[in-house]
Ligand binder design. Structure first.
Ligand SMILES: Nc1ncnc2c1ncn2[C@@H]1O[C@H](COP(=O)(O)OP(=O)(O)OP(=O)(O)O)[C@@H](O)[C@H]1O
Ligand SMILES: [Mg+2]
Length: 745
């Protein structure tokens, strides 16, 4: 089916054609035939790279332009949200009936609000968690949603993220029963079952636009499921890298999946040595520019230095320890063909479009603390494999598993290459998970009776798949907990959330965190310091990541405990219960890291002292920032107003990683911990000092260029001489030119 024959406005077809798409892929055609554009609910289960997003785009245009509706697009990951945002942004060129352009928004930020500003957007792209939090505030604009897209719906299987998606979908089906649902999924065994649950038709295909062959490598040879085999030269001693180099020699790019961060780095290091020898001069020059850009972005650490060094050699690693800005540079450079080999942890496996001709899965075992080594699922393997051979980039894709023995080769062939992905099982029936969802259902006024609650949970995928008895029982247990902890009141059959319950639900924290904070505030230590408050929030289950103290850190942590024990909310447990003691020290480690961070220890210093990498630090800061916000809120509720100011200052310091005296300066846009400290040390300590400073005085300082200097002056006000401003304008033009030359190169 040609794009021009689609029953859609010309403007939409023009946008699609301009992105080089002239006809639909067969699975896309199937979806249209099954009524995708006529409001039918569909579950589309098709292989990776088969173009599921475009179907959602077409449907979205239909809803917006013909029905005047609104589209909500859910994804499981922030990174995927950005990619989908890019996909949809092209439609902002299209005008609606009222002459206004289509507007697309991305919403992943704070969890405590209904974000009324979203009301004016036609497409809202968000994560499942953010959507769950939005629904708790019952924003008015939800009523206008007429199309709901659930991308990567197989996420239902995920222990952590699945239940949120399940509850969110159940809830949206209640609030917007007329809305069309489009659920997009990888190939799975029970798409029908998910379709039954959603009142949808399932369409399953195994068509893929780019052929993907899968095979297992052993001793210099790879056997593919197509029956072919190829020999690979041993030029490196490492099978994964031998294979990647093989791809590179025939003009392709390779992606190696490693099961740990350390391995991902090791692969890149090893590959770098081999790749740099075969780079052309222009390639090396471009890579040098990218490496320089990387070094200039964010704080310099040994991790970013190492990465920049490898990038210069045409390779890179990619894992959650890297700062988001660095991960993006790696993804973009790989996409543009600059980087030849990237080794990544499986965080890169879901939904993203990367031009890898070859994907190498170096190990199918994964370590899980507490469980030990386990085999990854077929679904996870197929997701990784599916990054190979994406349309536009390659004619064929290949996915290769590495084996060490013949037995292992047979095993991998059977277990992964020739297997179908598993069934999706609901992970909802866990008390810990249900607490927050049961509370939200009452607190947001979706129901006020126990029967209402049971009814709601009987509409979940869990109840459809199993039986509703276990979930009924769990709901009752959870209700009792919420009642005992004062989050709900019961009057005959009527359930009502208390103010405490409502705030906990809206703040999007685990009810257990709410209880810990409330009780902590009641029994506080005599002497409350920043360390006390950090310990309070680090004790809650919402803080991520969780740390396990390393052996060499224990002495230092004990010394910290000794020094601060009278400031602690929670005393040191006896060391007879090892698990409890270890988790206590893990929390203390979080406190130590944050304390060092707000003492302005550099990111490099944090890596050295605690092995905490920038990406993890960022996640820790984000969750603690949120919990400090929540604590502040609850402090007001429970009448501990004396702590409000301290909490506000601490929250700002955690957010920016600064000592107290930088608080006024970092309030300015463009000024963070590093520039703030530079200004402060130069004697510019207050906004008033900055008001009096000249532009020239500012730009003589390191890291403060003409643009930043001007932004600062604009914010603080003050007088700028005309000649000075003219001179700076010229300086800015010059800088713009350098930047655009760089971007173009
Ligand atoms: N009809 C088409 N013609 C040409 N290219 C297309 C067509 N439809 C989609 N594409 C391109 O195919 C690529 C893969 O599409 P998409 O990301 O939607 O795949 P997907 O099915 O969602 O895969 P995954 O399961 O990995 O998320 C995109 O680059 C997209 O632009
Ligand atoms: Mg997709």
């Amino acid at each position: 089916m040609k794009i021009e024959d689609l029953p859609l406005p010309e403007g939409v077809k023009a946008v699609i054609s301009s992105s080089d798409i002239s006809s639909l892929y067969p699975p896309q055609e199937d979806a249209i035939k099954a009524g995708a554009l006529d409001g039918e609910n569909l579950v589309l289960a098709s292989p990776t790279a088969s173009g599921k997003t475009l179907i959602a785009e077409l449907c979205a245009m239909k809803h917006i332009l013909e029905g005047g509706g609104k589209v909500l697009y859910l994804t499981p990951l922030r990174a995927l949200t950005s990619e989908k945002y890019e996909d949809f942004k092209k439609y902002t060129a299209v005008r609606k009936g009222d002459g206004q352009r289509i507007q697309v928004a991305i919403s992943t930020g704070d969890y405590d609000g209904s974000d009324p500003w979203l009301g004016k957007y036609d497409v809202i792209i968000t994560t499942n968690e953010k959507c769950d939090s939005l629904l708790r505030h019952r924003p008015n604009w939800i009523r206008d949603v007429t199309l709901l897209v659930a991308d990567e719906v197989h996420t239902l299987l995920d222990r952590d993220r699945g239940p949120t998606l399940e509850v969110t979908l159940t809830r949206l089906r209640e609030t917007n029963p007329q809305a069309q649902i489009l659920a997009l999924s990888a190939t799975i065994k029970n798409a029908d079952e998910i379709a039954d649950w959603l009142g949808a038709t399932s369409i399953t295909t195994d068509w893929r636009p780019v052929k993907l062959v899968e095979g297992v490598y052993l001793d210099g040879e790879c056997q593919f499921n197509s029956g072919d085999a190829i020999r690979v030269r041993d030029e490196n001693g490492n099978p994964a890298i031998n294979f990647a180099l093989h791809t590179l020699r025939s003009g392709g790019q390779a992606l190696i999946f490693a099961n740990t961060r350390r391995r991902a780095v090791a692969y890149a290091k090893r590959a770098g040595n081999a790749v740099k020898k075969i780079l052309s001069k222009p390639e090396s020059r471009t890579l040098k520019t990218i490496a320089d850009q990387l070094s200039r972005t964010g704080e310099r650490t040994r991790l970013s230095d190492l990465l920049a060094n490898l990038v210069e050699q045409g390779v890179a690693f990619h894992h959650a320890g890297l700062a988001a800005s660095h991960r993006k540079i790696v993804e973009d450079s790989f996409r543009r063909g600059r980087l030849k080999i990237v080794s990544a942890t499986p965080t890169l496996a879901s939904g993203v479009n990367l031009p890898a001709r070859t994907v190498i899965v170096s190990d199918t075992r994964r370590y899980n603390p507490g469980y030990g080594l386990y085999d990854i699922s077929v679904l996870e393997y197929k997701q990784m494999a599916g990054r190979a051979g994406r349309p536009r980039y390659d004619k064929i894709g290949e996915a290769v598993l590495i084996s060490r023995t013949e037995d292992e080769q047979d095993y991998l062939m059977e277990r992964y290459v020739f297997s179908e992905p598993e069934r999706i099982w609901s992970k909802l029936a866990v008390e810990k998970t249900l607490r927050s969802h049961v509370l939200a259902t009452v607190a947001s006024g979706f129901t006020h009776t126990e029967e209402g609650l049971l009814d709601f949970f009987r509409k979940t995928f869990y109840a459809q798949q199993f039986d509703s008895d276990p979930i009924d029982e769990l709901v009752s247990t959870v209700l009792e907990y919420l009642f005992v902890e004062g989050m709900l009141t019961v009057d005959g059959r009527h359930l009502e959330a208390t103010r405490f319950g409502r705030r906990v639900s809206e703040l999007y924290i685990d009810p257990v965190s709410g209880v810990i904070i409330r009780d902590g505030l009641e029994n506080r230590p005599r002497h409350i310091t920043d360390v006390s408050l950090l310990q309070l929030v680090c004790h809650t289950p919402d803080v991520v990541p969780k740390y396990y103290p390393r052996r060499r850190e224990i002495e230092g942590l004990n010394a910290f405990v000794e020094l601060h024990s009278d400031e602690f909310f929670f005393p040191t447990p006896g060391d007879d219960d090892f698990v409890e003691f270890e988790s206590f020290l893990g929390e203390v480690k979080c406190v130590c890291v944050l304390d060092a961070w707000i003492q302005e220890v550099s990111e490099e210093g944090l890596i050295e002292r605690f092995s905490v990498q920038p990406g993890d630090l960022f996640r820790l800061i984000r969750s603690v920032d949120w919990l400090l916000h929540a604590t502040r809120d609850l402090t007001r509720l429970f009448g501990h107003k004396d702590l409000l100011q301290r909490l506000s200052a601490l929250q700002l310091r955690v957010k920016s990683g600064i000592k107290e005296n930088l608080v006024p300066l970092v309030a300015l846009e463009g000024v963070g911990r590093v520039r703030g400290r530079i200004l402060f040390n130069a004697g510019l300590r207050t906004l008033d000092d900055l008001k009096k400073a000249s532009l020239t005085q500012l730009t003589t300082l390191p890291l403060i260029g003409p643009q930043v200097a001007r932004r600062i002056k604009e914010q603080v006000g003050g007088f700028i001489k005309t000649e000075e401003l003219d001179a700076f304008r010229q300086g800015e033009e010059w800088q713009q030119k350098v930047l655009s030359d760089f971007e173009g190169g």
